[in-house]
Ligand binder design. Structure first.
Ligand code: PMP
Length: 378
């Protein structure tokens, strides 16, 4: 009998198995006994009663699902309010909520890079920006990581529309993009700047207004910011912020807005509640940054190679992909959940443990986490 049409998968599976790099989905218990430095709940808001109550209230009032795309039946008052308040908080004219940060990046990059345009993309960008570049009609030029001179050079050779796309804080190492220099290069060349602030919103800038705000780019006519609602805001979903005419263009041109069901009301409602909490309690942003700085200091003190954090992500270098996987598993057995980045998520040679500095971690928990990481180090 002929084999299955998917037999070609077997060889890939075997190689993955041999390398000890098989990924599995592990359901997380609701009440985990682990100390969690793996999630992206930077401000500790995902279980805040105001946030979860808002999710329940929104589902009761509007239903469990959005029922249709944003352009048909999927826009509720909650979506509109969230857009107004997000734009206002971050200092932009308008905002557009999508069903994820991934969808927001696809929307922004594809809609702003028409046929004949140039996209200049940092080599360390998140997969969702990379996929946006792949789907866009424009031509992509990848430039070395955080290299404004390379960006300027790439822009210098192009006639016609151009955008520079970059993470504000890179998700693997937690290092920041040189936004002021990139913005200056964009202005010289008349190019737009698209900043993915997934890891900056709620952490960087005055009261957590984000990396673009911190760099003085909020409200700029040539700057567009994408965010996720699933990290600092503890909910789910994404948004694009920018000039009103760009947002109106996205409503008409972005396929992940037009052909995707709108964000579930519970997610919109809980993100809105979290945003209002952040406005009321701006110290949460500073606390997340302080926890990151302490984590880095203590890890370095233990002789571990940690990258100096620019936001709430703290990355610890591992000697090999296999060692990173083992290290994360040993931490888990010792009661600590940490993220583990290794190929194919990251290039060879940059395998890491990835820690998140949550605002709601106590000093004792931070010390305990560092002790566990140090004790289990390869
Ligand atoms: N951009 C960056 C830098 C991210 O880290 C992530 C999430 N891993 C996303 C975009 C995607 O956001 P979401 O999870 O809301 O789709």
């Amino acid at each position: 009998m002929a084999g299955s049409p998917f037999d070609w998968i077997d060889e890939q599976a075997r190689l993955r198995e041999e390398a000890g790099l098989v990924r599995v989905l592990r359901p997380r218990p609701a009440e985990s006994p682990l100390l969690d430095l793996a999630g992206n709940d930077y401000l500790g808001l995902t279980r805040h009663p105001e946030v979860t109550d808002a999710a329940a209230a929104a589902a009761r009032r509007w239903g469990a699902g959005a029922t249709g795309s944003r352009l048909v039946t999927g826009t509720t008052e909650l979506h509109a309010e969230l857009e107004r308040e997000l734009a206002d908080f971050c200092g932009f004219e308008a905002a557009l909520v999508l069903s994820s940060g991934y969808a927001a990046n696809l929307a922004a990059v594809t809609a702003l890079a028409p046929h004949g345009s140039l996209i200049v993309s940092d080599a360390g960008n998140h997969a969702s920006l990379i996929d946006g570049c792949r789907l866009a009609r424009g031509t992509t030029q990848v430039v070395p990581h955080t290299d404004p001179a390379a960006v300027r050079k790439a822009l210098g050779t192009h006639e016609g529309p151009a955008v520079v796309v970059t993470d504000s804080v890179f998700s693997v190492d937690g290092d920041a993009a040189p936004l002021p220099e990139l913005a200056a290069g964009c202005r010289e060349a008349g190019a737009g700047l698209v900043v993915d602030d997934a890891h900056g919103l709620g952490v960087l800038g005055d009261g957590g207004r984000g990396a673009a705000y911190a760099a003085g780019l909020a409200g700029a006519a040539d700057t567009v910011v994408t965010v996720t609602l699933s990290k600092s805001l503890g909910s789910q979903g994404g948004a694009v912020l920018g000039p009103a005419k760009v947002i109106a263009h996205l409503v008409n041109a972005a396929r992940t807005l037009i052909f995707d069901t709108g964000l579930a009301p519970a997610a919109a409602g809980s993100a809105l509640a979290a945003l209002r909490l952040l406005r009321r309690e701006p110290e949460r942003a500073a606390r997340a940054r302080a926890v990151a700085a302490t984590l880095h200091e203590l890890l370095t003190g233990e002789g571990l190679s940690a990258v100096r954090p620019d936001a709430a992500v703290v990355s610890v270098r591992a000697p090999s992909p296999e060692a990173a996987v083992r290290w994360a598993a040993d931490c888990r057995r010792a009661g600590l959940a940490v993220g583990c980045f290794r190929p194919p998520s990251v290039p060879d040679g940059v395998s890491r443990l990835r820690l998140t500095a949550r605002a709601d971690l106590s000093d004792a928990q931070v010390a305990e986490a560092v002790a566990t990481i140090s004790r289990t180090a390869p």
